[in-house]
Ligand binder design. Structure first.
Ligand SMILES: NC(=O)c1ccc[n+]([C@@H]2O[C@H](COP(=O)([O-])OP(=O)(O)OC[C@H]3O[C@@H](n4cnc5c(N)ncnc54)[C@H](OP(=O)(O)O)[C@@H]3O)[C@@H](O)[C@H]2O)c1
Length: 290
């Protein structure tokens, strides 16, 4: 049976990849404890032992604000680590599927970003991810696929959906920014799409994938509260007010508009994205009732 190696298997995406893995693949799902992608020798040993035909790199440093204070750590994982994996994968003739982010764009464009639009990351996290993309595509050449995604959430790990559900229970009102627009994306749908890429070895280059539609963080928070209330996950609702980013300063600058154009993925894989609100509802159905 053909083998696929998944790194960062304990993250949101890693866990969804394991959950959605087709039975036709033998999956080696390695957490950071099993394999630190920054340790070149360990990566080589792991490839020699597992001999994967495909690698999906779901490992990343994803703390967007903390990256401003510890850029070395962000670059070590998102750029150097990704480069090490791509190099070893290439030496072992394995295909390399890498995940990147909408935060490689500065958000000044008023319409969805296509894969070949020029990236210009506003913050350290985006810069480190862009450097990773470049290392991967340079090293693995025709055997690499880079899929950029946006505003990822799932029932696993830490994410905006879980934060809003917690804050609705703890607070009597909330302020959420309404001048940053993107596309919330359920990690389940991304994982299923990545498995489709696995089954299409001829595809290479940069692709975009997000759920369909757009939202501000405020729209997203309102939808989370409404859907969670209807599903009985929360017993009451609280007022949520729209504010400007300037009223809620964060360490890392973020793009104001980072909607990704996924049409190349839709065309090449013959699929479309679900609307983000439908995906949100499906995801929330999996949350435990409180
Ligand atoms: N989250 C988002 O909103 C978002 C948006 C756009 C793109 N993306 C991209 O989507 C991908 C998946 O993100 P995610 O949300 O699933 O991230 P996540 O939940 O933070 O998971 C990342 C995983 O990588 C692991 N990791 C960190 N450093 C590592 C290292 N040196 N070696 C091996 N594993 C390491 C982490 O381990 P620990 O569990 O031990 O920390 C964690 O399990 C990433 O490439 C990310 O950049 C995410």
């Amino acid at each position: 049976m053909k083998k696929v190696l998944i790194t960062g298997a304990n993250g949101q995406l890693g866990r969804e990849l394991v959950k959605t893995a087709p039975t036709s693949w033998d999956v080696a799902a390695l957490t950071r404890q099993d394999l630190d992608i920054c340790q070149h020798k360990k990566v080589e040993k792991t490839f020699s032992a597992i001999k994967p035909q495909v690698v999906i790199n779901a490992a990343a440093y994803t703390a967007v604000d903390r990256a401003e204070d510890e850029p070395d750590k962000a670059f070590a994982v998102n750029a150097e680590g990704a480069g090490i994996l791509a190099k070893v994968a290439t030496e072992h003739n394995a295909r390399f599927i890498h995940i990147s982010t909408d935060f490689v764009f500065d958000g000044r464009q008023p319409f969805p970003y296509k894969p070949d639009d020029t990236p210009y990351p506003p913050g350290t996290y985006g810069k480190s991810k862009l450097e990773g993309e470049r290392k991967v595509t340079r090293t693995a050449k025709g055997k690499a696929v880079v899929i950029r995604t946006s505003w990822l959430y799932s029932s696993y790990g830490n994410n905006f959906v879980k934060t809003i559900l917690r804050l609705v229970k703890e607070r009597d009102k909330l302020n959420v920014v309404d001048d940053q627009v993107g596309a919330p994306t359920w990690a389940r749908g991304l994982a299923e799409t990545l498995w489709k890429f696995v089954s299409r070895p001829e595809l290479q280059g940069i692709y975009h994938w997000s759920d369909a539609g757009v939202a501000s963080w405020y729209d997203f928070a309102m939808a989370i509260q409404e859907e969670a209330y209807h599903l009985g996950l929360i017993s009451h609702v609280i007022p949520i007010y729209p504010i400007r980013s300037a009223q809620y300063p964060l360490k890392a600058p973020r793009p104001f508009y980072s909607v990704l154009d996924s049409s190349k993925t839709w065309e090449d894989l013959h699929i479309t994205s679900m609307h983000w609100r439908v995906a949100l509802r499906d995801c929330l159905k999996e949350f435990n009732r409180c």
